[in-house]
Ligand binder design. Structure first.
Ligand SMILES: Nc1ncnc2c1ncn2[C@@H]1O[C@H](COP(=O)(O)OP(=O)(O)OP(=O)(O)O)[C@@H](O)[C@H]1O
Ligand SMILES: [Mg+2]
Length: 348
């Protein structure tokens, strides 16, 4: 039932504005891919091109071996949940879910008893049994989005496209629905593209994450791949906090202002480079050969951790340092920092 989706060199312009600039992506049958990128990066446009709601100027999209241009909208069998609430307000929950089935030509339409059964099975599946007779304005935001998903699933889609389905919900509900969707996907196994601009959501939910930036795919990989081995400075900074240090590489060492700060590099081209270091990869040390001196200027809470902001001479911005189980330093204290891990990129 689920199908592979192949996106080949897709380009899409609006007037003169290039919204997609040569995007290629292979999605396996049953895979859950998160499409992640900042606002305006082309996520919705790519989803609409896959759905056939938008025509690409160049490139093509295949479902299995078939060019989607050879398929009618109905034949594509797309389940789409849009970015903003999209339930029909004047229809009950049951009518909403059954919409795609009821609008099929008579020959393909299931009997009304079958439709009724399908609706109640789907409500069971999305863990909202018995809500058939409610209307959208009698549901919470999270319930509405689950109904929208049930409606998309009702047609037994070959491909499920979800455009920020939880975007309008509060953080706690989003987290619950994220785990719920992951579980639902394990049961149903639809080839799914999930759009989000929330990096945590993408990393937690997806088999693979595809990162869009200005209409280009910057990197595609497993959550661990893209987080631990970002291909570009953009990906590194977009996926989580990262401190930036301009360095110079000589041999296997990186130097910040003639002070060695990171060793054991495998890079063999020397010269100026950009080093990105996540707050959890900076450790306060008593003394170490490769340490960076600084002054603690501010302490703040960051989720479960405390974080220190450390001023380092020669850096325009303070370094963010996670204090895991370390004793918090005092404001004004002079400390030394050791970099335990960093991502190095050739200077632009
Ligand atoms: N119909 C249109 N006409 C003109 N420009 C458009 C049209 N649709 C999208 N764009 C432009 O294309 C770019 C990509 O838009 P898109 O909606 O794909 O972004 P997005 O990544 O989904 O952003 P968001 O996270 O805000 O939803 C934007 O700069 C947008 O202004
Ligand atoms: Mg969008």
């Amino acid at each position: 039932m689920s199908v592979a989706v192949t996106i080949e060199s897709v380009e899409k312009r609006f007037q003169n504005f290039p919204a997609l600039r040569g995007v290629s992506l292979d999605i396996q049958p049953g895979e859950l891919v998160a499409l992640l990128g900042p606002s305006g990066s082309g996520k919705t446009t790519l989803l609409r091109v896959i759905a056939g709601l938008e025509q690409a100027e160049r490139g093509r999209v295949l479902f299995g071996e078939t060019d989607t241009r050879e398929l009618s909208l109905r034949e594509r069998r797309i389940g789409f949940v849009f970015q903003h609430y999209a339930l029909f307000k004047t229809m009950s929950v049951a009518e909403n879910i059954a919409f795609g089935l009821k609008s099929r030509p008579r020959a393909e339409r299931p009997s009304s008893a079958e439709i009724k059964k399908r609706v109640s099975d789907l409500l069971e599946l999305i863990q909202l049994p018995g809500l058939e007779k409610r209307y959208p304005n009698q549901l919470s935001g999270g319930q509405r989005q689950r109904i929208a998903l049930a409606r998309a699933l009702a047609i037994e889609p070959r491909v499920l496209l979800l455009d920020e389905p939880f975007g309008a919900l509060d953080a706690k509900v989003r987290k619950d629905l994220r785990a719920w969707l992951r579980e639902l996907h394990r049961h149903t196994g639809h080839t799914t593209v999930f759009v989000t601009h929330d990096q945590e959501e993408a990393l937690e939910l997806a088999d693979r994450v595809a990162i869009l930036h200005d209409g280009r795919l910057e990197q595609v990989g497993s959550p661990d791949d893209v987080y631990d081995h970002p291909a570009t400075p953009f990906v590194c900074q977009f996926l989580g906090d990262a401190n930036h240090l301009p360095v110079k590489v000589v041999g296997s060492q990186a130097f910040f202002q003639d002070r060695p700060v990171l060793g054991g590099l495998r890079q063999n081209q020397g010269g100026p480079a950009s080093l990105y270091v996540r707050p959890q990869h900076l450790r306060i040390v008593d003394d170490a050969p490769l340490a960076l001196p600084g002054v603690v200027e501010h302490l703040r809470r960051n989720g479960p951790l405390r974080r220190a902001e450390v001023a380092v001479e020669g850096l325009p911005r303070r370094l963010d340092v996670d204090l895991a189980s370390q004793v918090a330093p005092a404001i004004g204290e002079r400390i030394r920092l050791r970099i335990t891990h960093g991502n190095l990129f050739a200077a632009a």
